[in-house]
Design a protein. Sequence first.
Length: 241
Amino acid sequence: MNAPTVNFLGLTFLSASIDDVVNTISASTGMEGRAFHLVNAFTLTEADRLPALHSILKDDHLLCDGAPLALILSKRNHPVRQIRGADLMRRVLKESPEHLSHFFLGSTPSVLEALLTNVKRDNPALKIAGSFSPPYQEDFSLTLPVWINMLKESKAQVVWVGLGTPKQDFVVHEISRQIPITAIAVGAAFDYLAGTLTETPKVIQKIGFEWLYRLIKEPKRLWRRYLIGNLKFLWLCIKKK
């Protein structure tokens, strides 16, 4: 993808508009493999903790999914706009050309069912190659070859992966290295498009407090990620300055 880039913490972020990214994904031909990661502060703290994650992020396409991170990146060479995973996924699926086929990997069977119903309602011509909700597992290395064969047989050109960070990041990287497909790690976007999670109001998104809204909505699940994680991210920025 031809776009200006911004370097931060040893990683290269694309400074592209959501329109540019939507057009790039929609032009997927199935002739090459490429992986897109929607990166936020939590992803970066995980990459600092896990050298293997940092290594794969260096090789793939990184988009900024987080207002605090977008603010920091914009202090560099080029302005970087936040691209939320849910916004990107919604746009691509709604505007997808009829020939482009999509596969959905992740979440639960009920979320996937609602997701597929909603995206087909928004774009009746959307071509869906398949979907799969894998059982929870810490180590996916043994089942990843099965998923890859499933994708090969589906002939999908784009696969959306919602398995949570950092698992989904390793998965899209490996998939894109083994088959010619566009693999995109989008996390909670599955739940947002399915309607099983309420999206943050636009006004809160714009002022950069989506993380606080999500923390209030799901404190038991997200308190460690946002309270401890945000402090780790601030320390990481100071340490690496």
